[in-house]
Design a protein around this ligand. Sequence first.
Ligand code: IPD
Ligand code: CA
Length: 260
Amino acid sequence: MTDVQLNHRYLAACAIAREAGRLIRLRFEQRGEALTHKFKGPQDYLTETDAEVERLIAARIAESFPDDDFFGEEGGGSFGRDVWIVDPIDGTADFARGVPHFCVSIAFVRDGRTEIGVLYDPMLDELFAARRGAGATLNGVPIKVSTIADIGQSVVELGWSSRIPFEGFATVQGRLQALGAGVKRRGSGALGIAYVAMGRQDAYCELHINSWDAAAAVLLVEEAGGWANDFLTPECLRSGNRVIVCTPALREQIERAMDI
Ligand code: IPD
Ligand code: CA
């Protein structure tokens, strides 16, 4: 794939994320039906808007790149050499409960490697975008991870889901707090990782997260000078993986805390 073709995809990802974000925001403000939710599993929310937004994104990608594969959190899809991995709303639980903290996440993956990662938070009008080798930006302005090296001064977000037993989460949380980290958990893994890329927090870790939640955001951290584990393994595309991203200085301590 040429640089021009990749750049075409990068610009398309940014435009589609913004369009999808406008739809999410409209539905959020309409409340009612759009926020009515079901559960896919324990604490795993689903609204009609998730599927509606994913259909919009899939249609836009198919119009412009009919030969690329597509995989979305809600509708699934297929994985080929060139595949778009999409989470229409990351932070669905907050969206459904009326909390304005969620985003759309779009990754373009070639030969198993994330080349493009774009997130859009429609409530704050924040577009995070990265192209491998070309840096990461927030609304067009380059971003960098924080320079915090003392874990006692750090903010670490530790995500959880009901996909894995809670004991592991409790162990990691205890270790991080014993080290003096300010441990948080918000409701969007994708935004949590993006916040590391731009220095609002210093690490994000979770013992299991899916590729559609984190692939785009992990590239942001790598391109913003941070450290990330080898997240997008071949198995991760379908079944997820643990994720650790942080400032380079915190790597050793965060990795040890996550070593279970
Ligand atoms: C979830 C969020 C959450 C993370 C979970 C994800 P969803 O995605 O990213 O912060 O901890 O692992 O499943 O359900 O909001 O799309
Ligand atoms: Ca998600």
